[in-house]
Design a protein around this ligand. Structure first.
Ligand code: UDP
Length: 237
Protein backbone atom coordinates (compact mmCIF):
# COMPACT_ATOMS: atom_id res chain seq x y z
CA UNK A 1 0.00 0.00 0.00
CA UNK A 2 1.32 3.45 -0.93
CA UNK A 3 1.53 6.60 1.11
CA UNK A 4 -1.83 8.33 1.44
CA UNK A 5 -0.86 11.40 3.44
CA UNK A 6 2.13 13.48 2.37
CA UNK A 7 1.89 16.17 5.04
CA UNK A 8 0.80 15.15 8.51
CA UNK A 9 0.33 16.93 11.80
CA UNK A 10 0.99 14.51 14.64
CA UNK A 11 -0.41 15.47 18.03
CA UNK A 12 1.49 13.85 20.88
CA UNK A 13 0.11 14.42 24.34
CA UNK A 14 2.44 14.73 27.28
CA UNK A 15 0.87 11.54 28.58
CA UNK A 16 1.94 9.70 25.44
CA UNK A 17 5.57 10.53 26.24
CA UNK A 18 5.14 9.50 29.87
CA UNK A 19 4.42 5.83 29.09
CA UNK A 20 3.75 3.92 32.30
CA UNK A 21 5.45 6.52 34.49
CA UNK A 22 3.45 8.84 36.72
CA UNK A 23 5.34 11.95 35.68
CA UNK A 24 7.87 13.14 33.12
CA UNK A 25 9.21 11.33 30.10
CA UNK A 26 9.97 7.67 29.51
CA UNK A 27 13.07 7.62 27.26
CA UNK A 28 12.11 4.23 25.82
CA UNK A 29 8.73 5.53 24.72
CA UNK A 30 10.30 8.60 23.14
CA UNK A 31 12.75 6.31 21.37
CA UNK A 32 9.94 4.15 19.97
CA UNK A 33 7.89 7.10 18.78
CA UNK A 34 10.96 8.66 17.18
CA UNK A 35 11.80 5.41 15.39
CA UNK A 36 8.38 5.40 13.77
CA UNK A 37 8.50 9.06 12.88
CA UNK A 38 11.95 8.50 11.35
CA UNK A 39 10.55 5.64 9.30
CA UNK A 40 7.74 7.63 7.72
CA UNK A 41 9.93 10.68 7.18
CA UNK A 42 12.37 8.36 5.42
CA UNK A 43 9.48 7.42 3.12
CA UNK A 44 9.05 11.07 2.17
CA UNK A 45 6.22 12.04 4.51
CA UNK A 46 6.38 15.61 5.79
CA UNK A 47 5.78 15.54 9.51
CA UNK A 48 4.98 18.35 11.91
CA UNK A 49 4.44 17.56 15.57
CA UNK A 50 2.55 19.42 18.28
CA UNK A 51 3.53 18.23 21.74
CA UNK A 52 1.48 18.55 24.89
CA UNK A 53 2.74 19.09 28.39
CA UNK A 54 0.28 17.27 30.64
CA UNK A 55 3.03 14.90 31.80
CA UNK A 56 4.66 17.88 33.51
CA UNK A 57 2.12 20.61 34.18
CA UNK A 58 -1.51 21.48 33.48
CA UNK A 59 -2.77 25.02 33.96
CA UNK A 60 -6.30 23.93 34.73
CA UNK A 61 -5.17 21.62 37.52
CA UNK A 62 -3.00 24.32 39.04
CA UNK A 63 -5.94 26.73 38.87
CA UNK A 64 -8.07 24.22 40.78
CA UNK A 65 -5.41 24.39 43.48
CA UNK A 66 -5.73 28.17 43.64
CA UNK A 67 -3.13 29.36 41.13
CA UNK A 68 -3.97 32.12 38.70
CA UNK A 69 -5.21 30.32 35.58
CA UNK A 70 -3.25 32.32 33.03
CA UNK A 71 -0.04 31.92 35.03
CA UNK A 72 -0.63 28.19 35.25
CA UNK A 73 -1.25 28.03 31.53
CA UNK A 74 2.00 29.82 30.78
CA UNK A 75 3.84 27.29 32.95
CA UNK A 76 2.02 24.54 31.04
CA UNK A 77 3.16 26.00 27.73
CA UNK A 78 6.75 26.16 28.93
CA UNK A 79 6.44 22.49 29.95
CA UNK A 80 5.58 21.59 26.35
CA UNK A 81 8.90 23.11 25.25
CA UNK A 82 10.76 20.64 27.46
CA UNK A 83 8.94 17.82 25.71
CA UNK A 84 9.66 19.37 22.31
CA UNK A 85 13.39 19.49 23.02
CA UNK A 86 13.36 15.93 24.33
CA UNK A 87 11.74 14.72 21.14
CA UNK A 88 14.10 16.78 19.01
CA UNK A 89 17.09 15.23 20.73
CA UNK A 90 15.79 11.69 20.16
CA UNK A 91 15.03 12.33 16.48
CA UNK A 92 18.34 13.99 15.77
CA UNK A 93 20.21 11.11 17.36
CA UNK A 94 18.55 9.00 14.68
CA UNK A 95 19.82 11.32 12.00
CA UNK A 96 16.48 13.04 11.35
CA UNK A 97 16.88 16.81 10.96
CA UNK A 98 14.39 18.70 13.11
CA UNK A 99 13.50 22.23 14.09
CA UNK A 100 11.67 23.28 17.20
CA UNK A 101 9.53 26.37 16.83
CA UNK A 102 7.93 27.93 19.88
CA UNK A 103 4.87 30.15 20.12
CA UNK A 104 6.52 31.97 23.04
CA UNK A 105 9.89 33.34 21.99
CA UNK A 106 12.85 31.50 23.50
CA UNK A 107 15.45 32.33 20.95
CA UNK A 108 18.32 30.72 22.83
CA UNK A 109 16.75 27.28 22.60
CA UNK A 110 14.45 27.31 19.58
CA UNK A 111 13.20 29.26 16.60
CA UNK A 112 10.14 31.43 17.01
CA UNK A 113 7.03 30.16 15.25
CA UNK A 114 7.07 31.50 11.70
CA UNK A 115 4.53 29.84 9.47
CA UNK A 116 6.30 30.18 6.15
CA UNK A 117 9.55 29.04 7.67
CA UNK A 118 7.86 25.99 9.16
CA UNK A 119 6.51 25.06 5.73
CA UNK A 120 9.96 25.51 4.20
CA UNK A 121 11.47 23.17 6.80
CA UNK A 122 8.85 20.56 5.99
CA UNK A 123 9.55 20.85 2.28
CA UNK A 124 13.20 20.20 3.03
CA UNK A 125 12.35 17.03 4.89
CA UNK A 126 12.86 18.40 8.40
CA UNK A 127 10.52 17.43 11.18
CA UNK A 128 9.05 20.58 12.72
CA UNK A 129 8.12 20.34 16.38
CA UNK A 130 5.82 23.05 17.64
CA UNK A 131 6.32 23.95 21.30
CA UNK A 132 4.61 26.34 23.72
CA UNK A 133 1.14 25.52 22.42
CA UNK A 134 -0.59 28.43 20.74
CA UNK A 135 1.16 30.95 22.96
CA UNK A 136 -2.17 31.85 24.56
CA UNK A 137 -3.51 30.82 27.94
CA UNK A 138 -6.99 29.23 28.06
CA UNK A 139 -6.18 27.08 25.04
CA UNK A 140 -4.91 23.52 24.72
CA UNK A 141 -2.36 21.78 22.61
CA UNK A 142 -5.20 19.95 20.86
CA UNK A 143 -6.50 23.29 19.66
CA UNK A 144 -2.94 24.21 18.73
CA UNK A 145 -2.73 21.03 16.65
CA UNK A 146 -5.88 22.02 14.74
CA UNK A 147 -4.62 25.57 14.26
CA UNK A 148 -1.16 24.60 13.06
CA UNK A 149 -2.58 21.88 10.80
CA UNK A 150 -4.73 24.51 9.10
CA UNK A 151 -1.84 26.94 8.86
CA UNK A 152 0.63 24.54 7.30
CA UNK A 153 -2.00 22.91 5.12
CA UNK A 154 -1.66 19.45 6.66
CA UNK A 155 -3.86 16.81 5.04
CA UNK A 156 -4.67 15.11 8.31
CA UNK A 157 -4.17 15.26 12.06
CA UNK A 158 -2.96 12.11 13.75
CA UNK A 159 -4.25 12.16 17.28
CA UNK A 160 -2.19 9.47 18.95
CA UNK A 161 -3.72 8.14 22.16
CA UNK A 162 -3.71 5.07 24.36
CA UNK A 163 -6.87 3.56 22.87
CA UNK A 164 -7.39 2.26 19.36
CA UNK A 165 -10.11 4.69 18.38
CA UNK A 166 -13.41 6.16 19.50
CA UNK A 167 -16.00 3.90 21.14
CA UNK A 168 -19.69 4.32 21.87
CA UNK A 169 -18.96 3.47 25.52
CA UNK A 170 -15.87 3.09 27.68
CA UNK A 171 -14.24 -0.14 26.43
CA UNK A 172 -12.58 -0.65 29.81
CA UNK A 173 -15.94 -0.72 31.58
CA UNK A 174 -18.29 -2.09 28.95
CA UNK A 175 -17.22 -5.26 27.08
CA UNK A 176 -19.90 -4.59 24.43
CA UNK A 177 -18.53 -1.17 23.58
CA UNK A 178 -18.29 -0.73 19.80
CA UNK A 179 -15.50 1.08 18.01
CA UNK A 180 -16.45 3.55 15.32
CA UNK A 181 -14.55 3.34 12.05
CA UNK A 182 -15.54 6.84 11.10
CA UNK A 183 -17.50 9.67 12.65
CA UNK A 184 -18.57 13.16 11.63
CA UNK A 185 -17.38 16.28 13.45
CA UNK A 186 -21.04 16.99 14.21
CA UNK A 187 -21.49 13.65 15.96
CA UNK A 188 -18.36 14.17 18.05
CA UNK A 189 -19.51 17.64 19.07
CA UNK A 190 -23.14 16.70 19.69
CA UNK A 191 -22.25 13.72 21.86
CA UNK A 192 -19.36 15.49 23.52
CA UNK A 193 -17.04 12.60 22.69
CA UNK A 194 -13.72 13.36 24.33
CA UNK A 195 -11.48 12.97 21.30
CA UNK A 196 -10.11 16.49 21.35
CA UNK A 197 -11.65 19.52 22.99
CA UNK A 198 -14.57 21.13 21.21
CA UNK A 199 -12.57 24.18 20.08
CA UNK A 200 -10.15 21.86 18.29
CA UNK A 201 -12.95 19.85 16.67
CA UNK A 202 -14.71 23.03 15.55
CA UNK A 203 -11.51 24.33 13.94
CA UNK A 204 -11.00 21.04 12.10
CA UNK A 205 -14.61 21.10 10.95
CA UNK A 206 -14.37 24.64 9.60
CA UNK A 207 -11.17 23.84 7.75
CA UNK A 208 -12.14 20.34 6.74
CA UNK A 209 -9.15 18.62 8.31
CA UNK A 210 -9.73 14.94 9.08
CA UNK A 211 -8.59 13.60 12.45
CA UNK A 212 -7.29 10.07 12.74
CA UNK A 213 -7.52 8.76 16.31
CA UNK A 214 -5.40 5.71 17.00
CA UNK A 215 -3.36 3.79 19.55
CA UNK A 216 0.20 5.00 19.67
CA UNK A 217 1.35 2.22 21.95
CA UNK A 218 0.89 -0.30 19.15
CA UNK A 219 4.11 -0.41 17.19
CA UNK A 220 3.80 0.43 13.52
CA UNK A 221 0.58 2.41 13.77
CA UNK A 222 2.04 5.70 12.54
CA UNK A 223 3.34 3.89 9.44
CA UNK A 224 -0.05 2.24 8.90
CA UNK A 225 -1.89 5.51 9.41
CA UNK A 226 0.12 7.36 6.72
CA UNK A 227 -0.86 4.63 4.29
CA UNK A 228 -4.49 5.28 5.14
CA UNK A 229 -5.01 1.88 6.78
CA UNK A 230 -7.97 1.79 9.16
CA UNK A 231 -5.96 1.76 12.39
CA UNK A 232 -8.47 3.67 14.49
CA UNK A 233 -11.36 6.05 14.03
CA UNK A 234 -11.37 8.81 11.45
CA UNK A 235 -13.33 11.97 12.17
CA UNK A 236 -14.33 13.95 9.11
CA UNK A 237 -17.07 15.88 7.36
N1 UDP B 1 -1.53 25.51 27.25
C1 UDP B 1 -2.02 26.80 27.07
N2 UDP B 1 -2.24 27.24 25.79
C2 UDP B 1 -2.02 26.46 24.69
C3 UDP B 1 -1.54 25.14 24.89
C4 UDP B 1 -1.30 24.69 26.17
O1 UDP B 1 -2.23 27.53 28.02
O2 UDP B 1 -2.22 26.92 23.55
C5 UDP B 1 -1.18 25.05 28.64
C6 UDP B 1 -2.35 24.56 29.45
O3 UDP B 1 -2.14 24.97 30.78
C7 UDP B 1 -2.24 23.07 29.35
C8 UDP B 1 -0.74 22.85 29.31
O4 UDP B 1 -0.26 23.97 28.56
O5 UDP B 1 -2.81 22.43 30.47
C9 UDP B 1 -0.29 21.55 28.68
O6 UDP B 1 -0.96 21.34 27.47
P1 UDP B 1 -2.08 20.18 27.28
O7 UDP B 1 -2.85 20.02 28.55
O8 UDP B 1 -2.85 20.51 26.04
O9 UDP B 1 -1.15 18.93 27.06
P2 UDP B 1 -1.54 17.38 26.79
O10 UDP B 1 -2.86 17.10 27.44
O11 UDP B 1 -1.61 17.21 25.32
O12 UDP B 1 -0.40 16.64 27.40
Amino acid sequence: MGIKYRRVLLKLSGEALMGQLGYGVDPNVVQEISTEVAEVVGDGVQMAIVVGGGNIFRGLKAAAGGMDRATGDYIGMIATVMNALTLQDALERMGIPTRVQTAIAMQEVAEPYIRRRAIRHLEKGRVVIFGAGSGNPFFTTDTTAALRAAEIDAEVIFKATKVDGIYDADPHQNPNARRYESLTYGHVLAHDLRVMDSTAIALCKENNIPIMVFDLTERGNICRAVKGEPVGTIVGG
